[in-house]
Design a protein around this ligand. Sequence first.
Ligand code: BES
Ligand code: ZN
Ligand code: ZN
Length: 458
Amino acid sequence: MNSLLNVGNTGTPLTILEKSTYAQWLKSQNQSAQNWLEKTSYQGEGLALLPSFSVGTEGSLSQAIFVVDDASHYFSCGNLITQLPLGQYKLEATPEHQQAICFAWLIGAYQFSSYKTDHKEKKLPSLTVEEPTLVSNAIKYAEATALVRDLVNTPAADMMPENLGDTAQSLVDSFGGKLSQIIGDDLLTQNYPTIHAVGRASANQPRLIDFTWGNKQHPQITLVGKGVCFDSGGLDLKPSAGMRNMKKDMGGAAHVLGLARLIMSHDLPIYLRVLIPAVENAVSSNAMRPGDVITTRKGLTVEIDNTDAEGRLVLCDALAEAENDKPDLIIDFATLTGAMRVALGTELPGFFSTNDEIAEGITNAGSKINDPVWRMPLYQPYNDLFKSSIADMTNCSSGPFGGAITAALYLQKFISKETNWVHFDVMAFNVRPLSGRPLGGEAFGIRAVFDYLQIKYN
Ligand code: BES
Ligand code: ZN
Ligand code: ZN
C-alpha cells in the first residue's frame, strides 16, 4: 500500500476539483484544453484525461482532472486509483482537501483477494504529495481500515479465537506492549463464566485476549471488542439467511484492533488496554441452553432467554474486568444487534454513552472526518424488558422492540456509575458497494473515535 503514495512533487498533475469550482477552473485553461473537454463531452463530473498539445510531446498525457461533489468527503476519491492509467501523478488540490484525497487514494486500492486462485496483483498508479505528514497519516488510517476489513472478510474457519490472538500478538510485536491470554477451562478458574459458557461448545477454545501498550503514567483508555468468530445462534440457531454473514461477528474485535493500531501508530500519549473475548457460538451437546442461569464475573446472575444474544454475554465479563483498573474511558465495539440495523440502517453506526461531553466530542469528530456516528439513548425504563423470574436478569428482552437499547442497558449493568463508557453497535460490513468501500468487511466509527481521542489527549 505504501508505494502507492509518496512524498514528492513529480508526475503528471492530478487536479481534484469540486463541481462548484469546475467552471472557473475551465476558464483558466488554454483554448486547446477547453476544446478537448468540450469535444470529448466531458460533463464536469468524474475523471477527464488531457493530452499534451505541445510540439514534441503531443498526444502524451499532460494532466488528469477529477471532479467531485465534495472533495473533503473521505471517500469522494475512493475509485480514483483504479480508474487512472498507470503512471506517477502529483496531487494538485486545495490543502483542506488533501488529507481526505490521500486516504481515499490508498483505501481505493483495497481488495480482498486471498482466496482467489486466479488473482493477479493489479498494477496501480502512484501519487506524490508534498506534505510528509499527509502521506504518513493517510497510510496509518488506510492500514488500520484495511486491517479491520481483512479480519472481517476472512472466513470463520481461518479467523477463530486463536487467529484473533495471533493478530493481537503481531500488533504487539510491531508496536510494543504486553499480551496475555486466558484460554479454555482457565476461563473458569479465572472467573470468566460467560465467556466460557458461550464458547465452550466449539472445537476452537474460547479465550480472553488482553494487551496493554504505552506509558502507565498517561490516562488509560480500555477498548473491548466482541470477538464472536462465528455466530450460529447456538441452540436457538439462526435461520440460514441470518447466519450467512456471521463470520463478521468478530467485527467488534476487528474494530478495536484497528483503533488500537491507529492509536499506537500515532504514538498517542495514552495508556491503552485492549480486551477481546473471542469465542465461537457453536452447537454441541455441551452448549449453553435456553433457561440456564450463569453467574457472571461481576456476580450478577443471568438467565439465558436466547443463546443467540451471546455478544452481550461475552462482553459483560470483559467489561467487568475492564472496570478493574479504573480507566479514564472504556469503549466497546460490537456487532451486537440486528435491531440497531433496523433503527439506523447498515451504514450509520449507533453508539451509547454515559457521558454527554464525550458523546458530543465523538459525534463532532466523526462529522469532521466523514465517519458519521449516531448517539442512541440509554433509556432506563427499558431495564424492565429483560427481567427474569429466577435470576437477576435475562440476556435479552422477549419482545421485538428497542433491541439495541436493551442490549446496551444489559451491558451498562456491568459498568459502574463513575465510569465513562462508550458502546458502539456496528454493522462491520458493506452490504452495497460504494466509492472506496467494496462489498464486505468495513470499519465504522474508528476514525471518529481516534480523532476525538487525538483532540482530547494529544
Ligand atoms: N450477532 C448478532 C447481531 C447482528 C445481526 C449484528 C446481524 C449485525 C447484523 C447477535 O449476536 C444476535 O444474534 N442478536 C440477536 C439478539 C436477539 C436474540 C435478542 C438479534 O439481533 O436478533
Ligand atoms: Zn447472536
Ligand atoms: Zn452475535
